[in-house]
Design a protein around this ligand. Structure first.
Ligand SMILES: [Mn+2]
Length: 473
């Protein structure tokens, strides 16, 4: 139940909206005529003159959940606020004030929220500005596409689900305007889930190498998706300028100009931005695209545990009825390939535990990913806080390390231990190193080499940690 002080313009407008939402509303005012108007829309009314008395006998203020104070007399508003807060500690109290100077004073008296005409007006203008620039942008995108016959969409070299689904969304928009489009990338689609996504959604991306990038010149338009500049792509011809940039990353780096730019750094995913375009262009979103966009948003917001905006939740809400839940479930929980499974089982069989450290040498493997997955797995062992997995791919030794130890910054240890032998880097909780096999003694015997490599890496690691080989200080 809501109590509204003041049946004037604002009080009446607020009660009208609340009544429409089916709420019980009590309006209090000294003006009988104004109260009559409130009664016609179903409000209960209470005649009272604050300028004459502050004694609100008969009105049980403590029973209201919301109290809205809207009279045109600031002094009356202050008194109404004081009495309301005194008699009702729990209610949400909103007060109208003539200007922003009054905000802190009213908050001190117990107002939860103060509305002022200057701030409200500014907010309306800002909202309108954002909305208008979005609609103008949308029109510009349509005009550009309508003038063109072909569009090349460029993703970062190692595209993630956000980049892939967003590119497909732009392709769908372009195709609805009879523009042929192709989607390009220059590196690898890693991660089992990402590969699974491409396969299940039957998506077609064109991988090109740097020396083939000239083919992008043949398109009328080029779009960069999910990146604000060219620092994450090797296939963008240097003599060209992108025509379209759609992204959500904030960058301090060099910004590039494009005829159409929509970069919204607060939004959680490019897929969110693309969903708004699909919706507002009235383009039908098929099951594959909806599922892909949903996965893109979930990955980029880390299932809404990372930064996200209202726009992201709106996009999810819009996509929800269109997705295929089973597909999404498979993509989110990809089956482990048998090759990876082999490496994981080797990592478990070969593990050596030293106190809270676990080290495993898996020997020759095919992918770096299987090493990091092994390190992730071993870190789950009880009592273990640091895991290290050693493997060889062709003529390089790879070390993948994980830590959930509060004290150990694993990247510092790995960099200190291995950067002299090769390259090393990482973060507090995960790190990796790559060392040429030439740094170890030469032997034709692969089995002996694997052992030499494992021993040397283990020794260096523990030396850096200043532990003996048993793992204690
Ligand atoms: Mn993204």
């Amino acid at each position: 139940m809501s109590l509204i002080f003041g049946a004037g313009k604002i009080g009446y407008a607020v009660s009208l909206v609340l009544k429409k939402r089916g709420k019980e509303v009590v309006v209090i005012d000294k003006n009988m005529q104004a109260l009559n108007r409130a009664e016609t829309i179903g409000c209960k009314t209470y005649l009272f003159d604050f300028t004459k008395s502050f004694n609100l006998i008969g009105l049980n203020i403590s029973k209201f959940k919301e109290i809205i104070i809207t009279t045109s007399d600031h002094k009356v508003n202050i008194e109404a606020l004081k009495i309301s807060r005194e008699l009702n500690k729990e209610a949400l109290i909103i007060v109208n004030a003539p200007s922003s100077e009054h905000i802190s004073g009213l908050k001190k008296l117990g107002a939860d929220f103060v509305v002022t005409p200057d701030r409200s007006m500014a907010q309306i203008i800002i909202n309108q500005l954002e909305l208008s620039s979005y609609w103008r942008n949308k029109d510009l995108l349509r005009k550009m596409l309508e003038k063109s016959k072909s569009l090349a969409i460029v993703m970062h070299d190692n595209p993630d689900p956000d980049a892939m689904s967003s590119s497909y969304a732009l392709k769908a928009i372009a195709e609805s305007m009879k523009v042929n489009s192709d989607i390009y990338y220059g590196g690898e689609i890693g991660h089992e889930g990402n590969k699974m996504m491409v396969e299940l959604l039957k998506w077609d991306f064109k991988k090109i190498t740097e020396h083939k990038k000239y083919i992008l010149r043949e398109y009328d338009l080029i779009a960069l998706i999910d990146m604000p500049n060219l620092s994450n792509t090797t296939i963008f011809p240097s003599e060209l300028k992108p025509d379209i940039i759609i992204d959500h990353h904030y960058t301090e780096e060099e910004k590039i100009n494009a005829e159409f730019t929509d970069i919204r750094p607060k939004v959680g995913a490019t897929a969110t931005i693309m969903t708004s375009y699909l919706r507002d262009f009235g383009i039908e979103v098929n099951e594959q695209l909806a599922t892909g966009l949903m996965y893109g948003i979930l990955v980029d917001t880390n299932n809404f545990k990372r930064n996200f905006e209202k726009e992201d939740t709106e996009a999810v809400y819009y996509l929800k009825p269109k997705i295929n839940k089973e597909l999404l479930n498979i993509i989110e929980n990809p089956n482990i390939s048998s090759i990876t499974l082999d490496v994981l089982s080797k990592a478990i069989n070969n593990k050596k535990i030293y106190d809270k450290y676990v080290i495993s040498n898996v020997g020759y493997v095919e992918t770096k990913e299987s090493l990091s997955q092994s390190a992730d797995l071993l870190l789950k062992l009880e009592g273990i806080t640091v895991s290290l997995v050693i493997g060889i791919i062709e003529d390089h030794v790879f070390v993948s390390a994980r830590s959930r130890d509060q004290v150990i910054d694993i990247s510092k240890i790995i960099i200190k231990a291995f950067s002299k032998m090769g390259s090393a880097g990482g973060h507090m909780n995960f790190a990796a190193a790559k060392i040429s096999i030439g740094a170890f003694s030469y032997t034709e015997d692969r089995e002996i080499l694997v052992k030499i490599v494992g021993d040397k890496i283990t020794e260096n690691f523990f030396k850096t940690l200043k532990l003996n080989s048993k793992g204690s200080m």
